[in-house]
Design a protein around this ligand. Structure first.
Ligand SMILES: Nc1ncnc2c1ncn2[C@@H]1O[C@H](COP(=O)(O)OP(=O)(O)OP(=O)(O)O)[C@@H](O)[C@H]1O
Length: 223
């Protein structure tokens, strides 16, 4: 089992506490594709952030690859994030002042041999048909090119899990299909994909589909 959450809850404290996740239990095997649907504010991003090691559970437990995240130190959690997880977002989150190649390398820059890192980044960008755009800045790219750069950055360190938060929300149909195709082929090679979306057309029917409502997670039957 790659991901195992047992009765996990997240409560954001404030004047009125928000129960963003309520007692959720879910297990995901390595190489699965998980679709996550739900209305705005239902807890989708919080769930990705719990799995990504960005938000800690208030109650319950989460283990990734049999490693318990609930009790590890902040440094260990940071290392987990850096090694095991890749993230892509609707708004790409590229650095405007860096080129495509630099954007892909920057998260791993402090931790890896620079030459090897650059070779790996060039190689992945080539696979994603971005090799002619290595020196472009993000504002010179189309939305699809920006997302392909973001995918290259998310998979450069060969994570176990890629967390996709509305990854095609800003894209037209052709670019959306292209990005989904890339994610599906990564999944077929063994990468575990969790995809949050509002868009029913983005759902991968070969995956399992969950709905979150008010922090409650439920698996849909009949795929
Ligand atoms: N850092 C935070 N502090 C306080 N409340 C938060 C925080 N992050 C999220 N929330 C609240 O937790 C609930 C779940 O938020 P979350 O972002 O997970 O929803 P979502 O399903 O991803 O929504 P959307 O589809 O609009 O992005 C919401 O009520 C939100 O306002």
């Amino acid at each position: 089992m790659l991901i195992n959450i047992n009765k996990g809850s997240v409560i954001f404290q404030g004047i009125d506490p928000v129960f963003a996740l309520k007692d959720i239990t879910v297990s995901v095997n390595r190489g699965e594709w998980i679709n996550i649907l739900g209305p705005s504010g239902s807890g989708k991003t919080t769930l990705l952030n719990v799995i990504g090691g960005i938000v800690r559970l208030g109650n319950g437990t989460i283990s990734i690859d049999n490693k318990e995240l609930t009790s590890i130190t902040d440094e260990e959690l940071q290392e987990y994030r850096r090694n095991k997880v890749g993230y892509i977002f609707q708004d790409y989150r590229l650095f405007d002042q860096f080129t495509v190649l630099e954007n892909v390398m920057v998260p791993q820059w402090p931790y890896q041999n620079k030459r090897e890192l650059e070779i790996a980044a060039r190689n992945i960008l080539k696979q994603l048909q971005m090799d002619r755009r290595l020196d472009s800045l993000p504002n010179e790219l189309s939305g699809g090119e920006k997302q392909r750069t973001a995918i290259a950055r998310a998979i450069l360190h060969q994570p176990d899990i890629i967390l996709c938060d509305e990854p095609t929300g800003n894209l037209d149909k052709d670019n959306r299909d292209n990005i989904l195709q890339i994610l599906r082929s990564l999944n077929e090679k063994g990468l575990t994909v969790l995809l949050v979306t509002h868009d029913l057309e983005v759902i991968n029917p070969k995956g399992r589909t969950f709905i979150i409502r008010d922090g409650n997670l439920q698996e849909m039957n009949g795929k």
